[in-house]
Write a new protein. Structure first.
Length: 215
């Protein structure tokens, strides 16, 4: 781009807007790359410091859960962990409250941890686990439905493990599909960027060619 830019300056060509944007971006990156790197590293440092505070961590985890597609996958992974570990502990003879207090530490999300903690309080006060999970409004409906059936039939441990299998299969299917489409998406993305740069560079060159042919 800098070499092509010099040609345009020597010829005194009036550049179209896409070409001016590409040239301006190139000159900015060349002239201020230390500043750009400093801003990027500074932003990453500040976000990490903020995310380590209790309030920042909670807001970040809440934002992650609300993110389209990615947030759904995070929730399903956390739900699978909860169901798998809770079901395994119940199957081993650990009582529900103790199992909930242990399982809340492995979901990896503060919002879900707080929901599990509140659910444990409700169970301690005599309310059903399914009702408490539904009240939290963060866990998927399938898990709540399976927990409700498990509490009624006395098979909570086995139904939790079946729920874990279902969510783990969903996550694995999603990751397999994502891996399959990631390469073509990256190729298309790079093609659009490179094609845009080439088009911006070629436009004034074509104009120069047309002017030369006309004269």
């Amino acid at each position: 781009v800098p070499q092509i830019t010099q040609i345009f300056k020597d010829q005194g060509v009036t550049l179209p807007l896409p070409t001016r944007i590409v040239i301006g971006t190139s000159e900015f990156v060349q002239g201020y790359w230390p500043l750009v790197l400093g801003m990027v590293f500074g932003a990453v440092f500040l976000v990490r410091r903020w995310s380590q505070t209790p309030e920042g961590r909670k807001r970040l985890h809440s934002l992650i859960l609300r993110t389209p597609i990615f947030g759904t996958m995070v929730l399903k992974v956390a739900t699978a962990r909860l169901a798998r570990n809770l079901g395994t502990m119940l199957q081993s003879g650990i009582e529900v409250l103790s199992a909930l207090n242990i399982a809340k530490n492995i979901v990896g999300n503060v919002v879900l941890e707080e929901a599990i903690e509140k659910a444990a309080i409700g169970v301690r006060e005599g309310r059903s686990l399914a009702k408490e999970l539904r009240t939290s409004a963060v866990f998927p409906s399938l898990l709540i439905h399976m927990v409700a059936i498990g509490e009624r039939t006395g098979q909570l441990d086995s139904l939790l493990l079946r729920s874990a299998d279902a969510y783990e299969n969903e996550v694995n299917s999603f990751l397999s599909g994502l891996t399959a489409i990631l390469e073509p998406i990256m190729i298309i993305f790079l093609a659009v960027i490179v094609g845009g740069i080439l088009a911006a560079v070629m436009l004034p060159m074509l104009e120069m060619t047309n002017l030369s042919a006309g004269s």
